[in-house]
Write a protein that binds this ligand. Structure first.
Ligand code: FES
Length: 158
């Protein structure tokens, strides 16, 4: 996406939500919804448009866990590695997903931006362990084979 069209998206979001400092979080949320992450070019641009420092916007963006400064895939798969899931073998599921998608601990998103694989500490569904989510939809009692099946099914939805 060109910088001009990126700024055009940000402009329409600012117009809709407002360009005051108190609107900042809502504006960042909306930008993230649109791009699935916060592109770095938006920081100087928002700073000018809202009239607060880039450092302040950056600190808000990094404070909230839900904001991402890295591009994410269309499907974000979260593998729970909290205690309940870990003891029920979440790591082999994570390893299978990484193998199927050619990802690793240092590369969490595929180059085509279709998949991101991350770990989380507890999804609050320990009774269903081991659990993964895809874009917040919960998949209980996973196994490596079920994870492979799920990835193939998701590829069919692309
Ligand atoms: S430990 Fe996985 S859902 Fe709680």
């Amino acid at each position: 996406m060109s910088q001009a069209s990126l700024y055009a998206v940000v402009d329409s979001i600012l117009e809709e939500i407002g360009n005051r400092e108190r609107n900042l979080i809502a504006v960042l949320q909306s930008i993230q919804e649109h791009f699935r992450y916060l592109p770095k070019e938006i920081f100087p641009y928002l700073s000018k448009k809202i009239g607060i420092s880039e450092a302040k916007i950056y600190s808000v963006a990094t404070f909230y866990e839900n904001f991402s400064l890295e591009p994410k895939g269309k499907f974000v798969i979260k593998v729970c590695d909290g205690t309940a899931c870990h003891v029920r073998k979440s790591i082999p599921i994570l390893e299978r997903l990484r193998k199927d998608l050619t990802l690793s601990a240092s590369k969490s998103t595929t180059d085509d931006l279709n998949f991101t694989v991350e770990t989380v500490s507890c999804l609050g569904a320990c009774g269903l362990a081991p659990v993964i989510t895809v874009n917040d939809k919960v998949y209980p009692a996973m196994t490596p084979d079920k994870a492979t099946e799920l990835v193939n099914q998701l590829k069919g939805e692309l």
